[in-house]
Design a binder for this molecule. Structure first.
Ligand SMILES: *Cc1c(COP(=O)(O)O)cnc(C)c1O
Length: 365
């Protein structure tokens, strides 16, 4: 489903009591699944007053999932609460996962494995071809290694799932009990973390007397958006959810989210029915490709650093923010009053892209 050009209508809701009771019901359904506490939850929901004033559109808020706490935070922590619990329940002693070189998912997985006294093997795919020493050794790669993970690299286009399976076979032969977490932690187990986030956000907003009209965030491997779609559908919330794509074209991205949202709902065991109309992705802000900086991302990231004191990352949240700002300027949110940007984290990746920001006066003394 393509997103409409403007959100003409401000949906009035008065059913917050009903919503709160549906949130409680969802919490009971989620409690059936094993979960380890890894994140600082609930994360704060804060107004971005300077940005809102500057753009002159709706009031903009930020849901601080960059503050989940684990190894500088990010959205993968919520997914890992369920994935690591599943690994434990299955008797695993070693975690295997994969991602791009500057993967935030890999970093949070390495930290979670360390905390839970498990081994961790990370396979990093070179999706950008960059040989910049900061990109290949600093930022998230530095942190992966600090957390004691075994890191190995693969060329761009490698079948990473096959590589993880081959590694799991080798580790099993050595007497280990490996558990594979897919890229981005995006499967129905990981997506439960964002079902839980949908519940948390709706309860939090209700507690503040806030009516959220729209929720915007960066979407990649799709688990975040799929979990939010599943959770918001279960609560019967009318929040307009919009993912800003960072890699795939729109049709593919929406297809991935829809498929995983359906599988998440059935894993959750609710009667909620996800339809394609619940799934919206705008993939106009990807630029030349995954992990390749764009001018819009650079200006959005600098603007938020300078006006709100907030840090975003070049690969995901910075591009998501570019989408939020550009769509606000184009009137997409005209007529609505409160829009939340879900900050999915990733600022550790900034240190893998020091040249990108070309800051005036940088080291010029
Ligand atoms: C992984 C990631 C995303 C995208 O989340 P998905 O669940 O993979 O769609 C967004 N922002 C940051 C900072 C991430 O690390």
């Amino acid at each position: 489903m393509a997103a409409p050009d403007t959100l003409a209508k401000h949906h009035e809701r008065d059913a917050s009591d009903l919503e709160v009771s549906r949130c409680k019901h969802l919490a009971i359904q989620l409690a059936k699944f094993p979960r380890v506490a890894l994140g600082h939850l609930p994360t704060p929901l804060e107004p971005m007053d300077r940005l809102s004033e500057l753009l002159g559109g709706p009031r903009l808020w930020v849901k601080r999932d960059d503050c989940t706490g684990l190894s500088s935070g990010g959205n993968k922590t919520r997914k890992l609460e369920y994935l690591m619990a599943d690994a434990r329940a299955k008797g695993a002693d070693t975690i295997i996962t994969q991602g791009a070189t500057q993967s935030n998912h890999a970093r949070q997985t390495a930290a979670a494995a360390a905390k839970l006294r498990m081994g961790c093997h990370i396979l990093l795919e070179d999706r950008t071809g960059s040989s910049d020493p900061s990109y290949i050794m600093s930022g998230n790669v530095l942190l992966d290694r600090l957390h004691g993970a075994t890191v190995s690299k693969r060329g761009g286009g490698t079948d990473m799932t096959a590589e993880m399976e081959a590694l799991a076979a080798t580790l099993s032969d050595d007497g280990k009990k490996p558990y594979i977490i897919p890229g981005g932690g995006s499967n129905p187990i990981g997506a439960l973390g964002y079902v839980n986030c949908a519940r948390e956000l709706v309860e939090q907003a209700n507690g503040m007397g806030l009516h959220i009209d729209a929720l915007v965030h960066a979407t990649g491997s799709s688990g975040t958006q799929a979990g939010l779609v599943a959770g918001l559908t279960a609560i019967q919330s009318d929040i307009h959810l919009l993912g800003i794509g960072v890699r795939a074209p729109q049709e593919k991205q929406e297809g991935m989210v829809f498929d995983l949202a359906q599988r998440t709902v059935s894993h959750l065991g609710t009667t909620a029915e996800v339809t394609p109309s619940h799934v919206r992705a705008n993939c106009d802000y990807v630029g030349a490709g995954y992990g390749v900086p764009t001018d819009g991302m650079v200006s959005a990231l600098k603007l938020l650093a300078e006006t709100e004191g907030l840090l975003f990352d070049p690969v995901y949240s910075g591009k998501g923010l570019d989408g939020l700002i550009d769509l606000t300027r184009k009137g997409y949110f005209d007529g609505v009053s409160d829009v939340v940007f879900l900050h999915t984290g990733g600022s550790a990746a900034l240190f893998g892209y020091p040249e990108t920001f070309n800051l005036p006066g940088y080291m010029a003394h």
